[in-house]
Design a protein around this ligand. Sequence first.
Ligand code: HEM
Length: 511
Amino acid sequence: MEGLIAEFKSWAVHSVAALVFLYILLQVFKRVSHRSWRRPPGPPSLPLIGHFHHLMSGLPHHSLLKIAEKYGPIVWLDLGAVSVVVVSSSDLAKEILKTQDHIFASRPAMILGEMLFGKGQGLIFSPWNDNYRLTRKTLTTQLFSQQRMDTYQDLRRDLALKMMQTAFDEGHANRDISLSDLIHEQFMSLTTRMLYGMDGHAQNKHLLEIIRDLTETGWLVLEDYFPLLKPFDLSGEVKRLKKLGEKYSELMDSIIDQRLKEISNSKSNKEENLLDVLLAMSSFTRSQVKVILLDIIFGGSDTSSDTIVWAMTELLRHPNIMERLQNELDDVIGKERLVEEADLKKLEYLQAVVKETLRLHPVGVLGSPHLAMESTKVAGYDIPAGTRVTVNIYAIGRDPNVWENPLNFDPSRFLNSPIDVKGQHYEVLPFSSGRRKCVGMNLALVSVAYNVALLVHACSISLPEGLTALDLDLEEKFGITVSKRNPLPLLIKRRLSSDVYRKAGLSVSAQ
Ligand code: HEM
């Protein structure tokens, strides 16, 4: 037995050595064949790992911002075996996402996509192909159409009020709540109810666990950048993501089976949710349906909720801005009823607060990686086919050449300004732009604005005893989204008269 183990160890060492040698050869070949190109500038690199060490300390979007400050708005990085071009200015973002969008609209193959997203059979991880276009069209017309958005308005309201009820119940007992937890729960329920109409089931708890595990990943899975090491899975991520994929697939199978049973027992042919629509379409296989649902769960659950937590953190750090927003809400809505989605368009300052939050805290700081489908030039530099391109959305929103006092949270910069956050103005691109722009943008904008308005107008919010606004930090946690690292504990009580809440269906105890 020992002999066998020793033999295996020696085989493994030889295999790794051979792979490393092969890798070095490949890198040398790449360098020599690329010598005639005009490559974008970049920091010094090291053998084997390339520029990886520049991203090892601190958060990747911060490190990339620092690199851009030193080497300019377009830089070339070799991350192991993968070449990445990072752009950090609005002009170059426009070049990638508009002028040459037809070239950069694809996605690279990634381990996360392979293990959980059916090798890109859905949306987020899909290369640019016919299947992608059909999926995107289906989602745009079936889930995110204005008509569907309207259908789910009551659901959004019910879930937000339910969250408020929990916060009041705790506040009444003088207990603080974690805003992140409550908001995350609300958005997970919203997403699953829109997708397959179920909520409060044991499945949702499991789904939440899977999504939590998934969002821990971030974009940096080591083996994506050192593909030769993938069979050895040194980081353990390949195995972890594979297991997670199997767990998700099993869970979703049980949800789909349950839904199919419900449909066959029901007399009505009406498609009530996205799962019904997808199951009725012959163009999608069951495994594609599962991937598409995961795309939406993945894209939709944490993004809006993390944005709301950032908005509330900034408002609590800036009492004067909070007061101005509250005054606007009191003036426009009054104090005799709760704010409704229909009011949002009239609330100019609220819209400015949401935009400013998305400028300073775009939760998708680096967007999703794009891939050059053919060789091209950007800013006079050669970009070979197959190069990954990342737009540093975070850096663009903080560019001092574009924004005055860029680090200040100042919503008034968006008042009387034509600049919007919907992808037409390249100075601020929280949802990116072009063919791969966020498909859930309209839903996100309504949900974020509505929740912030409700919290500020209907709630009296204070920090737990002993904490002041100065204690609220802006530390970030990097994952698939960039969220607030430390929790936001809040004591939430009613701000309006009891009747207002009663009329809205909330149970009101004496305060
Ligand atoms: C504040 C909230 C949100 C922000 C800041 C945000 C941001 C983004 C960004 C930056 C991208 C990458 C675009 C690119 O590759 O160029 C993206 C893609 C995507 N988002 Fe969002 N998002 C948000 C909410 C949502 C919601 C609510 C959903 C769904 C319910 C969603 C679903 C998606 C999907 C499916 C993609 C992939 C699109 C594609 O590859 O074609 N997002 N989002």
